[in-house]
Design a protein around this ligand. Structure first.
Ligand code: KIV
Ligand code: ZN
Length: 523
């Protein structure tokens, strides 16, 4: 089956679970991937790229289960240009009602040099692999990686080969975020004009955001004839990320007068997905991010507030409700019960199983005792703390910190695999002293790459959310925690990251992760 599209309809291809999950530190658990895929399916995403099945057992299992569960979306898996990758991909996605094989190879001079293939050898490889994929599945997407830095004549030649071999979608990636809107449009136009058979396939645009132009480049490609946009929720992705789904979808909706294209996305699901992806990936959304940032609908200056009160359209080009932003400002407090909590979480797009709900409820009550009002972001931070299903090997039991002008020290008790251990340490500040205690109790070589604190709500009793990123021999993990005590949140975030590192040490072998396999051919 070919996924074609009406002239004015743009297909939305979401790659949060593949390209998005490739961002350093953005590991999602199996259950989290299933949950995000179900939300994308319900939102009306046309194609979900669910993972890279050859990368690891975990990726394979997640893609297979997502394929079995999907109700409407096409389920796509990624594979390099070799039979082994493509076969493994097919094994995972074949259970879907609507499977798609995606296969790619780097076609620019820099990328051709890696497998050391001549132009002719690469052309043959593309013919063989796309033919092989098409013999397995009637929906095949082919991508010339780094297309925007590939010689035009060669790009036309290989796109024609892929179409003749049976590709039904041709994706044109701007892998390094190098192009600009006019060039992005010219490239698509050039391919549609020059390549025989171009009118038989859907052209897709896949833009990275290294120069902050991903959304503009994607929309320019659509104006030139592309009819599939590849994107991720919150723009999650390697380096500066990918085109953000919410940006292209809302831009097409709000400026339909000058970009008359439709998508099948239910935009009221955007906020729920954005928050959920931020929670499970550990990548918080920047406050001023278009559409989904915390400040996107806030009016701080007097002139703006005055205008909005008189007529909301003076400073707002879309309504918060259009993206599912809940305007009811119900604030939970210590008298709120389980039902209010469940309903509030539901409005935030968070459905929890009974056990996790109980866990969140206990933490919520504890927080509400210490803090007058519990806001949406406090709750999201609490849910994040209860996320990981694997039992923790390291646990903080108690922490006493002395700080002030006389120096800083920490007395800590932790359990390591159930065994209680303690340490008394000093350091350059209370956080440093506490981190030194963690290192003394559980020696490790992971380097602290990022330590970030933000207050999630207003006031001096606000919860601090702390994110920590650790790197152990290229294995990158993030940990986060929220508490009204910044030092406690810091230590728990550090321990959270270490627990995740231990899980990854256990699971990850050679070639076991999409970030750890090279794009080089393995067949
Ligand atoms: O950015 C890129 O080139 C990719 C390909 C694998 C499609 O993600
Ligand atoms: Zn990409």
């Amino acid at each position: 089956m070919t996924t074609t599209t009406k002239q004015d309809h743009v297909l939305i291809f979401d790659t949060t679970l593949r390209d998005g999950e490739q961002s350093p530190g953005a590991t999602m658990t199996h259950e989290e991937k299933l949950e995000i895929a179900a939300m994308l399916d319900e939102m009306g995403v046309d194609i979900i790229e669910a993972g890279f099945p050859i990368a690891s057992e975990g990726d394979f299992n997640a893609v297979s289960e997502i394929a079995r569960n999907a109700k409407n979306s096409v389920i796509c898996g990624l594979s390099r240009a070799n039979f082994k990758d493509i076969d493994r991909n097919w094994e995972a996605i074949r259970h879907a009602k609507r499977p798609r094989i995606h296969t790619f190879i780097g076609t620019s001079p820099l990328h051709r040099a890696i497998p050391n293939l001549t132009m002719d050898e690469m052309a043959d490889r593309i013919h063989e692999t796309v033919t092989h994929a098409r013999n397995l599945c009637d929906n095949v997407q082919w991508s010339p990686m780094d297309a925007t830095r590939t010689e035009h004549d060669y790009l036309c030649r290989v796109v024609e080969i892929a179409i003749k071999a049976g590709a039904t979608t041709i994706n044109i990636p701007d892998t390094v975020g190098y192009t600009a809107p006019r060039e992005s449009a010219d490239l698509i136009r050039m391919l549609i004009d020059r390549v025989p058979g171009a009118d038989e396939v859907v052209f897709a645009t896949h833009c990275h955001n290294d120069l902050g132009m991903a959304t503009a480049n994607s929309l320019a490609a659509v104006e030139a004839g592309a009819r599939q946009i590849e994107c991720t929720i919150n723009g999650l992705g390697e380096r500066a990320g990918n085109t953000a789904l919410e940006e292209v979808v809302m831009a097409l909706r709000v400026r339909n007068d000058i970009m008359p294209y439709t998508t099948g996305i239910d935009t009221t699901k955007i906020m729920g997905l954005s928050r959920r992806v931020a929670t499970v990936s550990g990548f918080p959304v920047q406050f001023n991010k278009a559409i989904v940032g915390k400040n996107a609908f806030l009016h701080e200056s007097g002139i703006h507030q005055d205008g909005v009160l008189k007529n909301v359209e003076t400073f707002e080009i879309m309504k918060p409700a259009d993206i599912g932003l809940n305007e009811d400002n119900i604030v939970l407090g210590k008298h709120s019960g389980r039902a209010a909590l469940r309903s509030k979480l539901g409005a935030l797009g968070i459905e929890l199983g009974q056990n996790q709900l109980n866990d969140v409820f206990v933490r919520f009550k504890d927080l509400a005792d210490r803090k007058k009002e519990v806001y949406d972001d406090d709750l999201i931070a609490l849910v994040r703390v209860t996320e990981d299903a694997t039992p923790d090997r390291l646990e903080l039991k108690s922490l006493k910190v002395i700080c002030g002008t006389g120096g800083q020290s920490a007395d800590m008790v932790m359990t390591v695999d159930g065994v209680e251990k303690s340490a008394s340490t000093t350091g350059d500040g209370p956080v440093d002293a506490s981190f030194n205690a963690v290192k003394e109790i559980f020696p490790h070589t992971a380097k602290l790459e990022l330590y970030q604190v933000s207050a999630v709500t207003k006031g001096t009793d606000a919860q601090a959310t702390v994110s920590v990123r650790l790197n152990e021999d290229g294995r990158i993990v993030t940990g986060s925690n929220a508490d009204t005590d910044t030092v406690v949140a810091s230590v728990k975030a550090y321990i959270h990251a270490l627990n995740r590192l231990l899980v990854r040490r256990d699971k990850v072998g050679t070639n076991a992760d999409a970030r750890e396999i090279s794009y080089k051919d393995v067949s």
